[in-house]
Design a protein. Structure first.
Length: 325
């Protein structure tokens, strides 16, 4: 369990996502008509309790970022409710939403593209204070310096530009920017995915420490199960826009064990298929027919097997030529 100073099983959720739906229109042709939809988020529900870290995992493109962005109204949802501290954020007017934004922040996946290269770091970190107003220049400077020091950045760095920093330091800048308004809730969208493994644990530990110190609640998005297990209390597994499973880290490990055993089985089967393919290929070479694609299909099936099985925890196996779930 992650450090969880104020979470109680019975606590009212800080955030409740109910039946969230977001489709993106795909346009094509000369009139740019809508030709189809990507069902990025297709009816997701979950609660996040105060002080908790709720992990959201799933393969690339399954809709994790879209969930995070819909919660913060950075993109508008199509259907569903996002209840933060008892109020649906989609029913707030602009002024009310601005006030709520102070309490809900985001740390982005890519510390390179998410920081404006033309702005000195102190300004990047302090931007929220300017937007929300009510602070004198001196107060802003003081809060920025304090926040930077809290995430492990020296105050004198504030006049430097993002390109002068390493990946890990840049992510610290991103964290300071999210922290500067002392929010209650932060969407951490793959905050360590772009970093070296050696730096990842430093940043994860920093996030854990900050959570304890400031009583933060996190929605922690990742595709790496090990990272999510390390930091999260409960985990939701997304698959193709839906919540495939909700579990504690222990349960997810069990699922993984089963999947690894299954993977071993499939690997053996694939080896056998390789042999078969070689044999077929040799036979085919002596016959007046084209390619024999057995191996190719098996590889694709294994990939599907691994991703579906791993993401959903359902039992997936190869049956003859087809994939059975
Ligand atoms: N602005 C957009 N316009 C059109 N399609 C989009 C847009 N944003 C996301 N999508 C599509 O919605 C789906 C979900 O994307 P999303 O970024 O939420 O996935 P993700 O789980 O965060 O993936 P990753 O692990 O790669 O970050 C993808 O198919 C993506 O291509
Ligand atoms: Mg994403």
């Amino acid at each position: 369990m992650a450090a969880n100073p104020i979470s109680l099983e019975a606590a009212e959720p800080l955030l409740s996502v109910q039946g969230l739906v977001k489709y993106f229109a795909l346009r094509g042709g000369f009139l740019q008509r809508t030709t189809n939809y990507v069902k990025a988020v297709d009816g997701i529900s979950f609660d996040v309790r105060p002080g908790e870290t709720f992990g959201l995992v799933g393969e690339s493109g399954c809709g994790k970022t879209t969930v995070g962005r819909c919660i913060l109204r950075l993109v508008a949802r199509d259907e569903g409710k996002v209840i933060f501290e008892g109020r649906d954020v989609y029913e707030l007017n602009n002024r009310e939403m601005t006030a709520v934004r102070k309490d809900m922040q985001i740390i982005f996946q890519d510390p390179y593209s998410s920081l404006d290269p033309r702005m000195p770091v102190g300004e990047i970190v302090g931007e929220g204070l300017v937007v929300h107003g009510g602070y004198s220049a001196n107060e802003r400077e003081e809060i920025v310096r304090e926040t930077m020091s809290r995430v492990g950045l020296r105050g004198q760095y504030s006049r430097r530009y993002p390109h002068e920093f390493s990946g890990g330091q840049r992510q610290r800048i991103g964290i300071a920017r999210a922290l500067v308004l002392r929010p209650k809730f932060i969407v951490c969208d793959e905050p360590v995915s772009a970093l070296d493994v050696s730096i990842q644990s430093q940043i994860l530990n920093l996030l854990k420490d900050l959570q304890g110190e400031f009583g933060l609640t996190y929605l922690f998005i990742a595709h790496n199960l090990a990272v999510v297990r390390y930091i999260s209390g409960r985990i939701g597994v997304m698959y193709l826009g839906k919540m495939a499973e909700m579990a504690t880290p222990g349960r997810i490990i069990q699922v993984r064990k089963i999947m690894e055993q299954k993977a071993e089985y499939v690997r053996r089967e694939a080896e056998r298929a390789e042999e078969t393919r070689d044999m077929l290929a040799k036979t085919a070479a002596s016959l007046p027919v084209g390619r024999v694609g057995v191996g190719e299909d098996v590889a694709r099936q294994i990939f599907a097997f691994m991703t579906i099985g791993f993401a959903t925890g359902s039992i997936v196996y190869l049956d003859g030529g087809g994939l059975v779930t």
